[in-house]
Structures are given as structure tokens and as C-alpha cells.
Design a protein around this ligand. Sequence first.
Ligand SMILES: [Mg+2]
Length: 158
Amino acid sequence: MKLLKKLFVFDFDETLVKCDRDHDAKTRYEDIKIIEKIEPMFSIFRSLINTYSDIVILTNRTYKCTEDIANALGIGITRILTRSYCLTRMEIDIVIAHPEDLEDFLLRMDHDKIDKLTKLAKNYENIYFFDDLKARYEKHGNMVPENVHIFLPIEVEK
Ligand SMILES: [Mg+2]
């Protein structure tokens, strides 16, 4: 099987956009209220999407946000990969109330994204993945396939 050359993967929150955290807490992250597009990352994404077809969004938001993300980014829903594990409202409420207990939640997020990257990596020579939580993947270094290259989003200081 011939591998496709390269895939660009973008995280959503804090990589392409900043969302209203109070709104997120209120809606348990099932709805999106964007307060800012992160530049120049957002514009880089937009120009890339116009010229290159192998691009996906990889987010830990629920599938309920798929349409909102598609609308915000001007892309089709088939390009959006949302989290596959279930979180109960109670679990989300606990994390919102006790941010010090975030680690378990974050580990599940990491593993879900690494699983998806691992599947994608079988079809591409190289994957370029932009995620504001880049440092987290360093904890799981040997789980991330060698052809997945992770970068912090480019952000211009205001
Ligand atoms: Mg993020």
C-alpha cells in the first residue's frame, strides 16, 4: 500500500480559537462560544484548507460540537474527529468544581488523541499535529508514532 504524503492535524480549543470558559462550564463543553480566533494560526489553517485536502481537526470536545466547529472553521463535518469516550455530567461537574483533579481527565484526553493519531499515522508518511497541549505528549513519548510530529500553535503576542 502506498502511503499518502502528509496530513495536517489541528486541535481546536486554544490552538485555533479561544472559547468562553464560563459558557463551557455552563453547557458542559457541549456547545461553543468563540471569543477569539488565535492568529496567525487561524489564518494559516484557513489558507491551508483552501489549497490542501488532507487536514483534520482532532478535539476532545463531544460530537455534539461537530456542527459548531464546522461552521466556525468553514469546513465539512467529515474532517472533525471528536472524543470517543463518554464523560457523565457528574464527572464533568467534578472536574469543573475541582480543577486539582484534572489529571485523570487529561490522561483520558491524551490517550484518545494518541489512539486517533496512531490510526491516522498508518496511512501517511508524516503527520503534522498542532496542539497547545504539546507538552502533555512528551509524557507519553513512546506511545506517539514516530511519523507524528507535534508542534505548539504559532501565536502572536499582543
Ligand atoms: Mg487545545
